[in-house]
Design a protein around this ligand. Sequence first.
Ligand code: IPE
Ligand code: MG
Length: 233
Amino acid sequence: MDGNGRWARARNLPRPEGHRQGALVTRRIVEHCARRGVRVLTLFAFSSENWRRPPAEVRSLMELFLVTLRRESKRLASNGVRIRFIGDRSAFHERLQREIVSAERLTAEGERMQLNIAANYGGRWDIAQAARRLCAAVQEGRLEPHQVDEEAVAAQLTTAGTADPDLFIRTGGEHRISNFLLWQLAYTELYFTDTLWPDFQTSDLEAAFADYASRQRRFGRTEEQLRTGDLRA
Ligand code: IPE
Ligand code: MG
């Protein structure tokens, strides 16, 4: 969800206004995804590198997370949306950590859609914490080094138990992953749009879905194999 700052600057507004508008858009998009049958939606809300922003902006983002969680949790629960935070939450203020736990509890029964919020998240951090857990398991004799395969790594990532993403969308015109779900995106279809996040509408999301539907996902196979249905290997 990129482009909040530029959206605000273009209107001569302070950057936090862009974030506030972005939060409103997020609410609409989350609801649209749930209606459209998306099973898992992961939003990159705050990267492990975003702490480098000016302290006042970081503070206003934290405040926005807090009030948004407080305001939206009940509504999400009644819409059948289950929230899960992925990322290192220990760096957040205690108040925010408590709000995160309570949002996760309140929405725990949701079965329509899982909403992962990546907050203080980094793809490299995720892989490193998975590696630490595997090392501990080996050290404690619960795992043999030869058992450390792709499945074992995936099972220790913060996204364990959820399928890899089918579609990745980045708004705001930059063409990079910026340390999002590095491992999980291996075969994900990437979609980039210049639209700034606060301008992103459900019709933009539908355009991304339509683009996705036109792609051929081969997962390393040839076009001919897919056409003839010869998928033995
Ligand atoms: C994304 O918008 C929101 C967060 C990172 C929290 P930006 O704040 O990065 O907006 P631009 O890139 O400056 O326009
Ligand atoms: Mg940005």
